[in-house]
Design a protein around this ligand. Structure first.
Ligand code: 5AD
Ligand code: SF4
Length: 451
């Protein structure tokens, strides 16, 4: 029995997608939409019109999952009047909580099973929920052209690899996204070229650990491609196309990548380099495979080759057994590096991870919160310090659109990824402007025009 009925538009069933978690998930939703469009579905932004409701989910911290359980309850309200609506949970949480989800929704699909979505949707029936959570060693969705869900038409994300082979002890990703695999570089370059031809001015190459990108050419090993070479291939498409990438791993970021960044003006001078902790003892327990000194050396190397390189990070407060001294080590490292910005989290134990099996989650909620608040407050001061250093500098900004606060002004990012606001002369999203920084807040550089 086919469950996609009755349809509001009999020729085209409508799909509604909500996306949670990282940029990679946003890109996955674009892949899903491409697959579903090819199978005859159309996107709707109105959940009340949807024949299929999908949530592309995240498992990284417990609160991410809790939010999604709440949403599932709301999705189910749609079934009250329209019993044939299909509710599907895809992505990391589908992988992790398949059995529990199957009791409550119609479809559960893990990150490597999106090609089977059309078949699964056809097979769904009230007493026949569908599940596919097989992880793959090969799937990269290489030749699928994602249907862009962003609106600005300027900046797009390209997945260059999937999965993760690191086993950071706190992290659920290797379990939800499986083993690392790199995508054929020619399909990546083609995707970037198509985006540029369609007016896009910036691409961000995405992977859990882009530095371990490696493509083996089956016929000729001289044509193997590492991440530095891939960056160069994409940068050569056009000097007008900016190239960004995320995320770098401090243990793997190579001098070759840093020198390649320095060689091409259009490779943006920004590295997201998650440190997680400033304590070598915590880093060891986290299985990050570097220590404080190694991290600081990488930062010095980056800044010696690219003096104004933006460096941002991720920090976890209150990992298992974290002492006051370990916490202080994180604060002093942040002061030493002066990150431009940071994503900061309280440690959340994830079932199944090495840390959950080996180390008790023994920092109280109150202490985690207190440490996290100290980290956030310090980062606020560091962001301001880093931004004030920019005053008087001249920057090239890619316009994203009107500033939210004042439509007479434009906003856009400098190469370092810092947000700039400056007077408009009628430019539109996708234009480049030359500006000089006049003043700064912790979040924004306020600039005047010099072009
Ligand atoms: N608890 C808290 N933060 C986590 N992260 C990953 N796993 C956890 C966890 N169990 C953070 C890390 C990572 C970012 C994407 O999320 O800082 O870099
Ligand atoms: Fe992305 Fe990690 Fe969340 Fe999965 S668990 S969606 S990989 S942040």
């Amino acid at each position: 029995m086919n469950n996609i009925r009755p349809l509001t538009d009999p020729s085209k069933p409508k799909v509604y997608i909500e996306t949670y978690g990282c940029q990679m998930n946003v890109n996955d939703s674009e892949v899903i939409l491409s697959i579903l469009q090819d199978a005859g579905y159309v996107l709707t932004e109105d959940i009340a019109q949807a024949d299929v409701i999908l949530a592309n989910t995240c498992s990284i911290r417990d609160n991410a999952e809790q939010r999604i359980w709440g949403r599932i309850d709301q999705f189910k309200l749609q079934k009250r009047n329209r019993q044939n609506v299909i509710i599907g949970i895809v992505g990391c949480m589908a992988e992790r909580l398949k059995d529990k989800l199957l009791e409550t929704v119609d479809l559960v699909a893990g990150p490597d099973s999106y090609r089977t979505l059309p078949e699964m949707l056809k097979a769904v029936a009230p007493d026949r929920p569908q599940i596919n959570v097989l992880l793959s060693h090969e799937e990269t969705y290489a030749e699928i052209s994602p249907v862009r869900l962003d609106r600005n038409g300027v900046s797009a994300f390209i997945s260059i690899m999937r999965g993760c082979n690191n086993v950071c002890s706190y992290c659920v990703v290797p379990y939800t996204r499986g083993a690392e695999r790199s995508r054929d570089p020619h399909t990546i370059v083609r995707e970037a070229e198509t985006l540029f031809a369609n007016g896009y001015k910036e691409v961000t190459l995405l992977g859990q650990n882009v530095d371990s990108y490696y493509w083996k050419d089956e016929e000729n090993s001289n044509r193997n491609v590492n991440f530095a070479q891939l960056l160069e291939m994409v940068a050569k498409i056009s000097p007008e196309l900016r190239v960004r990438f995320s995320t770098s791993h401090p243990k793997d970021i190579s001098d070759e990548v840093i020198y390649t960044m320095a060689m091409y003006e259009n490779i943006c001078k920004h590295i997201h380099l998650p440190v997680q902790s400033g304590s070598s003892i915590m880093l060891e327990k986290m299985r990050r495979k570097y220590n404080r000194e190694w991290y600081l050396e990488r930062v010095r190397k980056i800044r010696s080759v690219i003096p104004d390189c933006g460096i941002t990070t991720d920090v976890i407060a209150g990992f298992c057994g974290e002492t006051d001294q370990d916490h202080q080590d994180t604060l002093t490292l942040m002061e030493e590096v002066v990150f431009d910005s940071a994503f900061m989290f309280a440690y959340s134990e994830r079932p199944g991870t090495l840390a959950s099996r080996k180390y008790p989650d023994d920092i109280t909620y109150e202490l985690k919160t207190q440490r996290l608040n100290e980290i956030i407050a310090l980062q606020g001061r560091m962001s301001l310090k880093s931004n004030e250093k920019e005053i008087g500098r001249r920057l090239k900004v890619l316009v994203e659109g009107p500033s939210k606060k004042n439509p007479e002004e434009l906003c856009g990012r400098a190469s370092s990824n810092k947000m700039c606001v400056f007077p408009s002369r009628g430019e539109k999203a996708g234009d480049y402007c030359e500006v000089e920084v006049v003043s700064a807040t912790s979040a924004t550089l306020l600039c005047k025009r010099i072009d």
